[in-house]
Design a protein around this ligand. Structure first.
Ligand code: CP
Length: 304
């Protein structure tokens, strides 16, 4: 029997599949508890810290009637004895029907998908991709804007190492967006993504000041400057407080505008924003459960 499809990169799905996932996510939001996994086993392998992705996946699996095995701390695994990622994946794929994996190395999920005899879901690989975050972001955009099309989106913060930004650009390029890229020069969007935008005739504008774009856009997508991605901590210290969103800055933003953030935040969104109806990041994180239920169901071709 052929192995079911993996989700390693957001480009593993086409537009029709994005829309199918969003439709399924809405079904799960209406009724989240459906015993369609019927005891099947899913491995949750987190080689890097996580709160939302790991626990929303585990919640999704439990709500689908599945069982979770795995680890959230590699110190408890035989990786500490020198076992390779190849051997770890080869072994664990004998124990489960699907693997959800986060790893600090770019390309680790693709490598795992080539080794495993079960599908892999990439829960984040270094600064490369975070496709399940993108699908929950798309679900959140659809819920708040009523559409994915023709939106003006500000991406603010760490656009260099921000894997959520990279995946989101690759998916949203199909929906005629306009991007405002707001970053300090040290954390600008890598050229490979700008090339993709140019090749797809997607308008984008680069800024270093966020106040000039807040009032223009439908979505403000804030990101954290990620300390863990910097080899030079001086560079992190220099850039970490470049953008701080405060409630008073939202006074003249568009009525439909929503603030998204993949979270965790440090101080790039002040707590006084949380009570503003334009703040959507906590609901966005909640949407992760339904979207991940949809992704698992789709990949395993479950009857929901
Ligand atoms: N958004 C996200 O990936 O959060 P976690 O690192 O907590 O999983």
């Amino acid at each position: 029997m052929n192995k079911a499809k993996s989700l390693v990169s957001i480009t593993d799905f086409d537009v029709e599949e994005y829309l199918k996932i969003l439709e399924l996510a809405a079904k799960f939001e209406a009724n989240s508890y459906r015993n369609v996994l019927n005891g099947r086993v899913i491995a949750s392998l987190f080689f890097e810290p996580s709160t939302r992705t790991r626990l929303s996946f585990e919640s999704a699996i439990n709500r689908l009637g599945g069982r979770v095995i795995g680890f959230s701390d590699i110190e408890t695994t035989s990786s500490t004895k020198g076992e390779t990622l190849h051997d770890t994946i080869k072994i664990i794929s004998n124990y489960c029907d699907l693997i959800v994996m986060r790893h600090p190395l770019e390309g680790a999920a693709k490598f795992a998908s080539e080794v495993a005899n079960v599908p892999i879901i990439n829960a984040g690989d270094g600064a490369n991709q975070h496709p399940t975050q993108t699908l929950l972001d798309m679900y959140s955009i659809t819920k708040t804007q009523g559409t994915l099309s023709n939106l003006s989106i500000a991406l603010i913060g760490d656009l260099k190492y921000g894997r959520t930004v990279h995946s989101l650009i690759m998916a949203m390029k199909h929906f005629n967006p306009t991007f405002h890229l707001v970053a300090p020069p040290e954390l600008a969007l890598p050229n490979e993504y700008k090339t993709i935008l140019k090749e797809n005739n997607i308008p984008f504008y680069e800024h270093t000041d966020m106040s000039s774009v807040l009032n223009e856009v439908d979505i403000v997508y804030m990101t954290r400057v990620q300390k863990e991605r910097f080899s030079d901590l001086m560079e992190y210290e220099k850039t970490k407080n470049t953008y701080i969103l405060r409630n008073e800055m939202l006074a003249h933003t568009k009525a439909n505008m929503k603030i998204l953030h993949p979270l965790p935040r440090v101080n790039e969104i002040q707590q006084d924003v949380d009570e503003n109806p334009k703040a959507y990041y906590f609901e966005q994180a909640r949407n992760g459960v339904f979207t991940r239920q949809a992704i698992i169901s789709y990949l395993l071709q479950l009857n929901v």
